[in-house]
Design a protein around this ligand. Structure first.
Ligand SMILES: [Zn+2]
Length: 442
């Protein structure tokens, strides 16, 4: 049994305001937590459990956190309830409130207990009472803002809260998948909304289906097969779970930039994973040599000056991710001179091409070659966390949009294509048989 349990409040369809539904959103929130960490969920479906059932399910955990948003509309901001019988939990409740506030930008209103007026020693809220009864050490009800506040940018808010809980309870690497894959199988002759989504996504990825009309014809069939080819999938034009996952899923890892490290290596991913349980390939250009700047632990591992004549790209500005020795992060175009000037202040760096903004010509690349859809490994910065995203069949433009959607203000794409790798906890999310010359690990 895991130490921390989360209880997605209410049930399917509960507490609707416009398009927003607290019961459904809190379940999505719970699933996002479960994908990211080793936690226990009291409910994984829309079922309406009693408060007692929830507490009984979580009884072997140390901590239970019930996930909610608040109503009425005036009830804005974050409120954390703790048990009247556990006054020592006030400090934890305040820490939760402050961290969630920092993550979401919503106001932290208070950490508070509520008991019956007629019986001040007994908790008012059933889930807290039942949890105390089950012997759960710490129990909190968290209102993550009002329904209306949480209805705006819900996906980003969930992500920010998931990360905040990770920091609060030191739950380690944050890996999760963004995107909904609950789509029907479609193929030549299919018609409807799913085909329309397919056509839009294929067009965005640079595989032309023509107008997204919802009719799976010859042009869509050709585009789907071409897309399956770049993703390494069976080229049958049948768009099922794997093709949908490739089109819609983004694999995301977020971490403290301070934990990023890099290493020059020589080996295939399957062997490297024995040394590096969590890594992506850092290759700036595939091939036998590392061409970009790469630094780790304050040491420069590689610089482009070593390859001065390489294809005339020397001293063109390149998308560069730098963690400085004082812990600050900067991401954007850097020439070799820029890099040389800051040499003594680089803790970690890696290079690729810049995504926000995207201008391949400026970097000396041909857009058709480097910008084409392929498996993409990207790293960005959202103001506090490094965001690593791996996506199949993504053009440079799609990569840029993905990083923006993930809240990044700046990002670069590392060389990827046929050498794209992502390993999390020694599990190959993406793997390749190519020999890698370098990795970024954490
Ligand atoms: Zn609620």
């Amino acid at each position: 049994m895991n130490k921390i349990a989360f209880d997605p409040g209410h049930y399917k369809g509960a507490n609707r305001v416009g398009d927003y539904c607290e019961g459904d959103t809190m379940l999505l929130f719970g699933h996002a937590l479960k994908r990211a960490y080793n936690i226990f969920l009291t409910r994984e479906t829309g079922d309406n459990l009693t408060l007692k059932q929830r507490a009984v399910k979580a009884k072997d955990c140390d901590t239970l956190i019930s996930l909610h948003t608040n109503w009425p509309a005036e009830a804005t901001g974050i409120i954390v309830f703790y048990s009247v019988q556990r006054p020592e939990d006030k400090a934890i409740a305040e820490k939760i409130g402050r961290e969630l506030s920092r993550a979401t930008g919503l106001q932290f209103r208070r950490a508070v207990t509520r008991s019956f007026k007629s019986d001040p020693g007994t908790d008012y809220y059933g889930i807290i009472r039942e949890s105390v009864e089950q012997g759960i050490k710490h129990m909190f009800i968290v209102e993550h803002g009002s329904h209306l506040e949480f209805a705006a940018d819900t996906e980003a808010k969930i992500r920010a809260c998931v990360e905040a809980y990770g920091r609060l309870f030191d739950m380690g690497a944050r890996y999760y998948i963004v995107g909904n894959c609950d789509m029907p199988v479609v193929r030549k002759g299919s018609k409807g909304d799913a085909v329309k989504v397919l056509q839009q996504k294929l067009n965005e990825a640079g595989f032309n289906c023509g107008v997204a009309d919802g009719i799976f014809g010859a042009k869509t069939n050709k585009a789907a097969r071409a897309y399956q080819k770049v993703c390494g999938l069976v080229q049958d034009g049948i768009v099922g779970a794997k093709t949908w996952a490739a089109l819609l899923n983004v694999h995301v890892v977020t971490l403290d930039p301070a934990v990023l490290k890099a290493s020059l290596v020589s080996g295939v991913a399957g062997n490297l994973v024995k040394i590096f349980p969590n890594f992506i390939n850092a290759n700036f250009f595939s091939g036998s040599k590392t061409i970009g700047w790469l630094a780790s632990g304050g040491r420069i591992l590689s610089e482009r000056d070593n390859h001065r004549k390489w294809m005339g790209l020397y001293d063109k500005p390149k998308g560069t991710f730098v963690v400085h020795k004082n812990g600050s992060v900067s991401v954007g175009w850097r020439t070799d001179k820029d890099m040389d000037d800051m040499r003594g202040n680089i803790q970690f760096c890696c290079q690729g091409f810049n995504l926000l903004p995207l201008d391949l010509k400026k970097e000396g690349f041909s857009a058709s070659e480097v910008g084409r859809a392929c498996n993409a490994v990207t790293i960005g910065y959202d103001g506090s966390r490094a965001v690593i995203a791996v996506q199949r069949g993504a053009s440079a433009a799609v990569s840029a949009r993905t990083m923006q959607k993930l809240g990044c203000k700046s990002a670069i794409r590392l060389d990827s294509g046929g050498s794209a790798n992502l390993f999390v906890d020694r599990k190959g999310i993406f793997k390749t048989s190519r020999t890698l010359t370098n990795v970024i690990y954490w």
